[in-house]
Each structure stands twice: as structure tokens, then as C-alpha cells.
Design a protein around this ligand. Structure first.
Ligand code: MF3
Ligand code: CO
Length: 249
């Protein structure tokens, strides 16, 4: 069942999402060679508490951290550690909070120092595929219009869409209906209505789409060792079109 949010509820989700966006922006500025993902975790967790919010991922299905840090061939759910980032890495950062009973969720992928043209291109194609999907998040369109926008954008540029993980509705729970695959058919699926709030999150691989989970039971990596990028926004569907709740304005 897809839970529709009232204007007041969307106001609360905007507040939660703003905290997510501000914390991620702070984390992004800390990323450089010589910093560890554990340093980023400590910053994100401390900033969240300053805002009076709680980290959404810590303890979720026993996930051990507040931030997901997934470098290079890691796709999602990488656990922060004390290894130093190095120039040429790319790093996906996924973060969520709960504030005033509502969740916000967002992800970005950032370069560390100087990265290859191939890495830069993967990052920009992934980010732009998210915006092509958000444009479709208008009343009267269907869920498949969002999904297929990502798939068409990405595959026409030679990259592949991860199949095993999807976006999701979001609200009083981190994961609500519907599931939002990053592939699908235009014109198919449920009709979009004002009050729906979605976490749209393309996970895009440089090479094949296949992924596997490491023995820590969390870290998802590409099977072929190729790079992977991830962008996510929490987006409200309104009469006036999509509102990106996790955008820094
Ligand atoms: N943003 C991700 C998601 O929407 C991360 C949550 S997984 C967690 O599913 F377990 F780490 F919380
Ligand atoms: Co999410």
C-alpha cells in the first residue's frame, strides 16, 4: 500500500531531508586523500545529533554504522573503516535520518583527488539519470516512467543498471511501498499521485550489472570489479510537479 502524505507531513519530510542534505554536503567537503571513511562516519553522526535528529541506518537490520561508504567497485552498503582514501578513488556516500517521526534519505558519489575521465563520466551519467527520472515524477505519469527514464539514459551511454537493489517509498518508515526499480517500461505500473514521496536511487555499473554481497553480509560489490556509482534523492510528487526534498537550495 502506498501511503500518501499530507502537506503538513511533507513539511516534516522536508525538514528531515534538509538535515540529510546538509550533513551529506558537509561530508562531501571532507572527502580527500588521507581521510578515512570512519572519519566521515564520525562527522555525520555528530552533525546529526547537533540537528536533534537520529541516524536512520544505524541499527537498521543491525547495520553497524550511520553512513554507508562504498568506494570504487563497492555498489552500496559499504561499512566505514579506518583505511585512507587515495587520489583516484570514487566514493559513494548514502545517508538517512529520522526527525520528527519522518525519514529523509539521499546519496551522492564523489571523486577523491584526481580521478580518471572514465570515473568522472560514470559519476555524471549516474547523477543525470537521477534527474531524468525525477522529471518523470509528476501526477498522471506511471512508476515505469521513472524506472525506464533511468534505464534508457544509462544504457544508451554504455553503462548498466543494478537489478538487485531498488529505490523505495519513504515516510514514517525508511522503506515503504512501492519498490522503484531502476529499469522498466514506460506507461507501466501504478499511477503517480500528489502526496507520494519516493527515494529514487540509481545504482549504475561501469561494466556488467551483476553484483554480490561480501562475507560481512552488507557490502555489495560488482562481480567483475568495475566501478559503480549511486545517487539518491527523496522526492515529493506535488500538483506542481516533483519537489526534491534533499536538495540544498
Ligand atoms: N539508502 C539505502 C536504502 O535506501 C541505505 C539503507 S541500508 C542500511 O536502502 F541498512 F544501511 F540502512
Ligand atoms: Co534509499
Amino acid at each position: 500500500m502506498i501511503v500518501l502524505k499530507s502537506r503538513r507531513e511533507i513539511d516534516k519530510m522536508r525538514a528531515a531531508s534538509r538535515i540529510v542534505a546538509e550533513v551529506l554536503e558537509g561530508v562531501r567537503h571532507l572527502v580527500c586523500p588521507g581521510v578515512s571513511t570512519f572519519d566521515l562516519e564520525k562527522f555525520a553522526s555528530a552533525e546529526t545529533l547537533k540537528h536533534g535528529a537520529r541516524c536512520a541506518f544505524l541499527g537498521y537490520h543491525e547495520y553497524p554504522s550511520s553512513l554507508c561508504c562504498s568506494p570504487n567497485n563497492q555498489v552500496v552498503h559499504g561499512i566505514p573503516n579506518k583505511d585512507f582514501l587515495k587520489s583516484g578513488d570514487i566514493l559513494s556516500l548514502d545517508f538517512g535520518v529520522i526527525y520528527d517521526d519522518f525519514y529523509g534519505d539521499a546519496a551522492i558519489t564523489v571523486p577523491v583527488g584526481d580521478v580518471s575521465e572514465a570515473a568522472k563520466n560514470l559519476i555524471s551519467v549516474t547523477e543525470n539519470s537521477l534527474y531524468s527520472a525525477i522529471e518523470m515524477a509528476v501526477p498522471g505519469n506511471r512508476l515505469g516512467d521513472i524506472s525506464s527514464a533511468i534505464q534508457i539514459y544509462v544504457e544508451s551511454r554504455g553503462y548498466s543498471v543494478v537489478r538487485d537493489f531498488v529505490g523505495h517509498g519513504i515516510g514514517r518508515s525508511l522503506h515503504e511501498d512501492p519498490q522503484i526499480p531502476n529499469y522498466g517500461f514506460p506507461g507501466k505500473g501504478v499511477m503517480l499521485k500528489p502526496g507520494m514521496v519516493f527515494a529514487i536511487e540509481p545504482m549504475i555499473n561501469e561494466k556488467a550489472h551483476d553484483v554480490k554481497v561480501l562475507s560481512d553480509n552488507w557490502t555489495v560489490v560488482t562481480c567483475d570489479g568495475g566501478l559503480s556509482a549511486h545517487f539518491e534523492h527523496t522526492v515529493a510528487i506535488t500538483e506542481n510537479g516533483p519537489e526534491i526534498l534533499t536538495r540544498i537550495c
